[in-house]
Write a protein of this length. Structure first.
Length: 398
């Protein structure tokens, strides 16, 4: 996977905020070296968040997000401010661009309060320094127009955005070199034609880096593959949709889990998902369940979220449930009406966005779980699918 193909969820998200005409777009263009944003002398030229995936030295693969002026006025302005707040939910680093010729405004202070409240690492950047004599300012002093302080700003963003994510592993920490790991990948009408979905690609790459041996099969070839191996695999990882049939085939002494469960662990919400899944047994007629999908274009994910899980839920509970769905970056602000939230594995979302959604649900007392956990629970094989993680088994038993 080349640098330009790094998935959005794995890129450092750098979002630029500030008042209209503070020079956000000019600064973004100075940092990236390309015309990412519209620049004009007219206040408020950027009317929607503008995003671009790119490689930014010395940081690496990033997603740059330029936002509308936070002080935008009128009905449309209120909507733009709302969008700006949504961007905060997925920003790894926030850059507050302040017009050095005007100074810190109440609007800038409100943004700083939001950064603090959402615990987002941020930098105060004083732009238009070429127009002032005094540069004794708290933060980074730059001039987008004269290219002053741009490299120093990049360095500081890199330091602030170093989340240690390279040390996290999807599965490599659970296997040893030369271990056999069998990946079960159903190929049906729901799968993207000619390719594997992102979690499957990432799992194979992670196993390669660990020196383990990936064996990729369909569920229809799984039994014959296991008999021909002549060696017990260290683990079998399956697509959640094939959990039931795979569980019957894989011997009990072989660890079995799913792509979805491992992705939830990687994104940091597996423990919450295990705790939340038991809410299924408390669902009543008329309860609302939100099924939230992180991407908008993977037909396989969409099929699970909008068709299969709702069907299985109603069959399992026997209740007349109200099922609502969301996809992509859309996620309801008010969650109080839901009895349960079932989220996808989050492979297309960055970690901050997934954890924001989880914490948002926790704040409102709404159980939060994920696709793989729900499917395994309803099929009666959840305990087996998380046996790799004894601490989670204890949660399930309590």
């Amino acid at each position: 996977m080349g640098m330009n193909e790094t998935p959005s969820g794995e890129r450092l998200h750098i979002a630029f905020f500030g008042k209209r005409n503070a020079g956000k777009s000019s600064l973004v263009n100075a940092i990236t070296g390309q015309d990412l944003s519209v620049v004009s002398d007219v206040e408020g030229t950027t009317t929607d968040p503008v995003s671009k995936s790119m490689e930014l030295l010395p940081i690496g693969p990033v997603l740059i997000i330029d936002t509308p002026g936070f002080d935008d006025e009128g009905e449309l302005g209120a909507l733009r401010v709302k969008k700006t707040k949504q961007i905060l939910n997925k920003a790894d680093v926030a850059i507050l661009v302040i017009d050095a010729t005007v100074g810190m405004s109440d609007c800038d202070k409100e943004l700083l309060d939001l950064f603090e409240d959402k615990k987002i690492p941020y930098l105060k950047v004083w732009n238009k320094s070429d127009l002032i004599a005094d540069d004794d300012l708290d933060g980074v002093v730059v001039s987008a127009k004269d290219q002053i302080g741009i490299w120093e700003l990049k360095e500081k963003i890199g330091v602030l955005g170093n989340r240690g994510s390279n040390e996290k592993k999807l599965v490599a920490d659970l296997v040893s070199p030369l271990d056999f790991v069998v990946l079960v990948v159903p190929i049906d009408s729901a799968a993207p034609k000619g390719r594997l979905i992102l979690p499957q690609q990432q799992m194979i790459r992670d196993l390669l880096e660990a020196g383990a041996i990936s064996i990729v099969v369909r569920e229809s070839e799984l039994e014959e593959t296991l008999s021909r191996l002549g060696h017990k695999p260290a683990m079998v990882i399956t697509d959640s949709q094939a959990f039931s049939v795979v569980s019957e085939i894989v011997p009990q002494d072989v660890p079995l889990t799913s792509f979805s469960i491992l992705m939830a662990r990687y994104k940091g919400f597996l423990e919450t998902a295990v705790k939340g899944v038991c809410a299924i047994d408390r669902l009543k007629d008329g309860d609302k369940v939100l099924i939230s999908e992180g991407c908008t274009h993977h037909r396989q994910c969409d099929d699970i979220g909008t068709v299969k899980i709702p069907t299985w839920l109603k069959q399992y509970t026997g209740k007349n449930l109200i099922i609502e769905t969301s996809s992509g970056i859309g996620f309801p602000e008010d969650l109080s009406e839901y009895a349960l939230i079932i989220h996808c594995g989050g492979c297309m979302l960055n970690e901050r966005e997934v954890l924001y959604r989880m914490n948002h649900a926790m704040d409102e007392g709404v159980p939060f779980t994920n696709y793989g956990i729900v499917i395994a629970y309803m099929k009666g094989i959840l305990a087996r699918s998380i046996e790799l993680f004894p601490n989670l088994l204890k949660l399930l038993n309590t």
